[in-house]
Ligand binder design. Structure first.
Ligand SMILES: C[S@@+](CC[C@H](N)C(=O)[O-])C[C@H]1O[C@@H](n2cnc3c(N)ncnc32)[C@H](O)[C@@H]1O
Length: 222
């Protein structure tokens, strides 16, 4: 387990009890978190829309209590409920039908279950820099207001800030990081203006470090 995964597991277990629980993990990717949790939970169903990632996870899976499935969280029905629903780093802001995704989460959660959704924090330094690079309508602060309104149609929730930090070795690494963010999450190419914004931002700092807190939503049925 790498140190980021160890930290994520620590963050999860400080917020919710996973022992002997049935878990549905949303947006599991290649199973980084699923494999790290496998020995501590009763059973885990891990879903992702990315067929390649799920195929890779299935090939690596040696746990009888873990199942990987290709599912789109905007449109899925596993036909059962879980004690705990987890999602780590899923970009809810890029979904086409967020109300449907939240409704599906709610329908898969036991009456007394908990959904723990760990997202980027709109107030983190990292997200504030991304907000400088992207268009008004996709800025994270306005997205999270909408997200919370949709969550509250199905859940009562509390929020918890989780500390995080990214350290870069040089400016090229910073460029690559934000290039990836813009490309993968906003389908946008990095341009000279973006580079200039990043340069100005990091020139003001004495270290090539950026605070990257996450925000955990701990949701229960209304
Ligand atoms: C940043 S990755 C996080 C992966 C994993 N949770 C982790 O922490 O290693 C976000 C994941 O969400 C998945 N995802 C995005 N949209 C999805 C959707 N509509 N349904 C299911 N998974 C989705 C992506 O395919 C990707 O694997």
């Amino acid at each position: 387990m790498n140190s980021q995964t160890e930290k994520d597991i620590r963050d999860i277990t400080e917020l919710v009890d996973i022992k002997d629980k049935s878990i549905l993990e949303l947006g599991c990717g290649m199973g980084r978190i699923s494999f790290a949790l496998a020995d501590r939970v009763q059973e885990l169903t891990a879903i992702d829309i990315d067929e390649k990632a799920i195929r890779y996870a299935q090939q690596r899976n040696v746990h009888d209590n873990v199942v990987f499935r290709v599912e789109d969280l905007e449109d899925f029905d596993i036909g059962r409920k879980y004690d705990l629903i987890l999602s780590i780093g899923v970009g809810y802001m890029y979904l086409r039908n967020l109300p449907n995704a939240v409704k599906n989460i709610s329908q898969h959660l036991d009456d007394d279950g908990i959904a723990l959704l760990i997202c980027s924090s709109p107030t983190s330094e990292y997200e504030r820099v991304v907000d400088l690079l992207v268009e008004e309508h996709v800025k994270s602060v306005s997205f999270y207001n909408k997200f919370e309104k949709i969550l509250s149609d199905h859940f009562t929730f509390s929020k918890k800030q989780i500390k995080g930090q990214l350290d870069f070795s040089d400016f090229d690494e910073i460029l690559r990081c934000f290039q990836r963010e813009l490309k993968e999450e906003y389908a946008t190419d990095m341009n000279d203006q973006h580079e200039e914004v990043l340069k100005r931002f990091f020139q003001r700092k004495d270290r090539l470090t950026i605070e990257d807190d996450s925000q955990a939503y701990i949701c229960k049925h209304v």
